[in-house]
Design a protein around this ligand. Structure first.
Ligand SMILES: C[S@@+](CC[C@H](N)C(=O)[O-])C[C@H]1O[C@@H](n2cnc3c(N)ncnc32)[C@H](O)[C@@H]1O
Length: 267
């Protein structure tokens, strides 16, 4: 697949909101239309990035996790996941996955790891989880017998209900060993249905799939895994480093859940 500058794409719109340069007029146009509906979208994109930093540090420090599988990586934005993890645990290994050709162009930047750690990039699609799991480089980089931090930050809203994102995530959960942790952020209309509805209409009008989901729908991505404190909360309220006011003005839920030692059959 080649980069098509005329079709707006989530990775490049996100890059635009984050102040990056890897975006085209078509991306900026939709990004601006969405910003008219929700003027704080840029702050929300940053809040997702800083959630990623906090959750990765928590998994490294408190859960002892030393390997990550990050699906829907996006255009590299420093610090990337491996920068954050390796700052604390230099031997951490990371496999990044994205299906967008523009992210592939930047894959080299994602793969600059320190000498003790390792990071790799796999061009693959969340809708085909088995192709991710059987990828040679993944098998060479991650030990599927040891706990893994499985991160899906701001990606699941890009899959329609008809694509059954719950089944795709369950497939990945099932392949993870006990003690692994799944971390997710997902946009929602729960806090401001009108503004989110307008932003979604702008994205869909440009041919994109964008599905905000309710707290209950998002909770189902974790299956029978145990939600870590503080549960499924607005993104800024997940283990904030300083007190947060008005967390619900970020229209995203965030949570992290651990795979128990013995699991019940999945729902
Ligand atoms: C909004 S960006 C989020 C990037 C990053 N996780 C972050 O929070 O900064 C969503 C990313 O998911 C990727 N993506 C969308 N659908 C995907 C799929 N089916 N398989 C793999 N990656 C996908 C997009 O290409 C994009 O890079």
């Amino acid at each position: 697949m080649e980069v098509n500058p005329y079709l707006p794409h989530s990775a490049r719109i996100y890059d635009y909101w984050l102040g990056g340069k890897d975006n085209f007029a078509a991306d900026r146009q939709v990004g601006e239309a969405m910003l008219r509906a929700i003027p704080t979208l840029r702050l929300m994109a940053s809040a997702n990035r800083t959630f990623m930093h906090r959750v990765v540090r928590a998994l490294v420090n408190s859960e002892g996790i030393r390997q990550f599988l990050d699906i829907g990586t996006g255009i590299p934005t420093r610090p990337n996941l491996h920068d954050v993890a390796q700052q604390t645990a230099p031997d951490t290994r990371v496999v990044y996955v994205d299906n967008d050709p523009i992210v592939l162009v930047h894959a080299r930047a994602l793969m600059v790891s320190n000498v003790q750690g390792r990071s790799e990039y796999v061009a693959a699609d969340l809708r085909q989880p088995e192709t991710i799991l059987t990828e040679k480089v993944l098998r060479e980089t991650l030990d599927l017998g040891q706990p893994i931090g499985l991160t899906m930050i701001a990606i699941l809203m890009l899959l329609a209900d008809e694509e059954n994102p719950w089944a795709q995530v369950a497939h990945l959960r099932d392949a993870m060993p006990p003690g692994s942790v799944l971390a997710i952020t997902h946009p929602t209309a729960d806090f401001n249905p009108d503004a989110v509805g307008e932003a979604v209409a702008a994205a869909r009008g440009a041919g994109m799939t964008l599905v905000p989901r309710t707290k209950e729908e998002i909770a189902r991505f974790f299956g029978d895994w145990e939600l870590l404190d503080p549960g499924l909360v607005p993104v800024p309220a997940w283990r904030p480093e300083k007190p947060v006011k008005d967390a619900e003005s970020t229209y995203y839920w965030a949570g992290a859940a651990r795979k128990p030692i013995t699991t019940n059959p999945r729902e």
